[in-house]
Design a protein around this ligand. Structure first.
Ligand SMILES: [Zn+2]
Ligand SMILES: [Zn+2]
Length: 390
């Protein structure tokens, strides 16, 4: 089959590789009908995620048709159309029983690596380095799906791929980011990053009834989409305005009730802070550029909630712990527990409450995936989500 392979920092190639095989009784093989590139794929592309190996197949957001099943998978049949959650969860361990599926204790065969870096193992994930198990990803023609009797969600034929594909990651991730904020009708929520996850966090905050939703980004086309389609009420372009001052102005001097970071470890910024973080990251003195999360903490009203959905890899400097502690902020974060949200969010799509396909901007052939990364990375041609098909 053909698959998009990581060949080194900023080097991708669509290669012919062996077809995946059933390895365990709970596996399925899925023929991919649609896949896409995620902002967090750029962290792999740009070499910020350790433990990548030449030839690793990328992609953790995909859907398709079941073509083969292990003996123990009874809930699916060949021909079923499914969306697959990016995090791999067994459904049986203590964390899965608690609903914390991205903390599954069984799905990461290389859990000893995150244990050393993070204290405990994380779950396995598709196409996301050997820290998360080294599983082949879904930017390919076929993929092996472990624990297929638990993860994949069957989707109705009445909905298009574009409407349901994002249940694999960015819709549940954006939704969890908003749910973390304990939104009630009078709440003001600020969202850092108006990329695809940010757009769906904004749309989710709207679904949950926030009164005011402020989108923060530097690309006018992304801020426009946030206003026109996602449901933002206000926007701040951080290259034109001071974020802290603009947020105080918009909230009567109090700050937003909740702040969602949808940016993560490759944050951009202005001035000295950005230069400091970039230099330290280049020298590998810190893994992440925590600009958005710092701003979110300082901007949040006292007693408010900071919801971190952007991906971080390791350790950071100049973290405003004093502000966090003295002003009684709550931090909520985590890789999304996708399995928890897929079904209820599918129901919202079926009921017509939301159509996440508004973030789709491009369609490409799987063979052009490396071009897609380049386009997405450089934010050219008003790119948001690129749908890839073989
Ligand atoms: Zn993703
Ligand atoms: Zn588990």
């Amino acid at each position: 089959m053909r698959a998009n392979c990581w060949m080194g920092k900023k080097k991708l190639s669509v290669e012919h590789v062996p077809d995946p095989q059933i390895l365990n009784a709970r596996d399925a093989i899925v023929k991919i009908t649609a896949t896409t590139i995620c902002g967090s794929d750029l962290h792999l592309y740009n070499g910020f995620m350790p433990t990548m190996q030449k030839g690793d197949i990328l992609g953790h957001e995909f859907m398709g048709e079941v073509v083969e099943l292990g003996k123990a998978v009874k809930n699916l049949k060949v021909g079923d159309r499914v969306v697959v959650p990016f995090c791999i969860a067994c459904g049986n361990c203590e964390s899965c029983q608690l609903g914390n599926f991205s903390c599954c204790e069984n799905s990461n065969p290389t859990g000893w690596m995150p244990e050393k870096l993070m204290g405990h193992a994380t779950c396995g994930a598709f196409g996301y380095s050997h820290l998360t198990g080294g599983f082949a990803g879904g930017q390919a023609e076929y993929v092996r799906v472990p624990y297929a009797d638990f993860g994949p969600l069957k989707v109705p034929s009445t909905l298009t791929d574009e409407q349901v594909l994002f249940l694999s990651d960015i819709f549940p991730t954006g939704y969890m980011g908003a749910e973390n904020c304990e939104i009630t009708p009078r709440k003001v929520v600020a969202v850092w990053g108006a990329g695809p996850v940010g757009q769906l966090a904004i749309a989710s905050a709207r679904l949950l009834g926030a009164e005011r939703i402020i989108a923060i980004d530097r690309f006018p086309y992304r801020l426009r989409l946030a206003l026109d389609k996602a449901g933002a009420t206000d926007v701040i372009n951080y290259e034109q305005e001071n974020v802290q001052e603009a947020l105080l102005e918009l909230t009567g001097g109090r700050g937003p009730d909740a702040c969602i970071d949808c940016v993560g470890l490759e944050a951009h910024g202005t001035g000295l802070q950005y230069a400091y973080d970039s230099t330290k990251q280049k020298l590998q003195l810190q893994q992440d550029r925590p600009i958005a999360v710092r701003e979110a903490i300082l901007a949040c009203r006292s007693g408010g909630i900071v919801s971190i959905m952007g991906v971080y890899a390791g350790f950071v400097d100049k973290f405003p712990l004093g502000s966090l502690m003295n002003r009684g902020l709550t931090i909520r974060t985590g890789q999304c527990h996708v399995h928890r949200y897929m079904k209820p969010l599918l129901e919202r799509i079926v009921r017509g409450e939301i159509d996440p396909s508004f973030v789709v901007s491009h369609h490409m052939n799987l063979d052009d995936t490396p071009k897609g990364y380049d386009l997405f990375m450089h934010k050219q041609d008003d790119v948001m989500k690129i749908i890839l098909r073989s």
